[in-house]
Design a protein around this ligand. Sequence first.
Ligand SMILES: [Fe+2]
Length: 197
Amino acid sequence: MAKIQIPDQKREIADVEQMRAFLEPFGIWYEKWDVEGRIGADASDKEILTAYSPEIERLKTACGFVTADVINVKAETPNLDAMLNKFNKEHTHSEDEVRFTVYGSGVFHIHPDNAPVFSITVESGDLVNVPRGTKHWFNLCSDRKIRCIRLFEEMAGWTPHYIEGGVAEKYSPLCLGPSYLTSSTKPNLESVVNLAE
Ligand SMILES: [Fe+2]
C-alpha cells in the first residue's frame, strides 16, 4: 500500500485517511483499487484495461481524460535506464499524471512551491495523480519493475518540462524501510536503486 514520506521532517504517513488529508491541499488524490482476484498475474494489457474499465470510465468522465493505456516496465526492458532517466529529473507536465499501479512499485517525489518535498511510494492497487504543473520526479524501486494504467488528456500533454536547478539529487529514491527516517536524506544504497545518471 502507498505511503508518504517527508524527508526534511523525518515523517512518514501510512494511514489511508491521513494520506488523503495530507495530499488534498496539493490537489493530489489517492484511491485504492482491488487487484487480487480481479485480474490474473499474466493478464494482457487489454484484459487489464477491460477489468478496470468502470474506474477508467469514471475518471474519464470526471476529469476529462480521453484515453488509457498500460505501461509495462521491467528490469529486462531494453534501454530501461535511458527511459527512466527521462523521469527521474524534476519536471512538470501540462496535464495531470495519473497512474494506477497494477503490479510492482515506484516512488513519486513531489516538490511543492510552499512546502517540503515529500514522496509517495506506490504499490499494487494504488492510484495517484500528480496535478498539472506540479514539480515532481519518479524512480523505480529495487525490483525495477512496474506495470501501470496511465490516463491521458492528450499524449502531448505528458511531455516532461524539466526544471532548471531541480532538487531531485538531494533526495534518495526510497522504497524502503526505517533507515530512511533515521539517516536523514542520505541514499540507502543497499535497499534502493538510484536510477539517476
Ligand atoms: Fe512526470
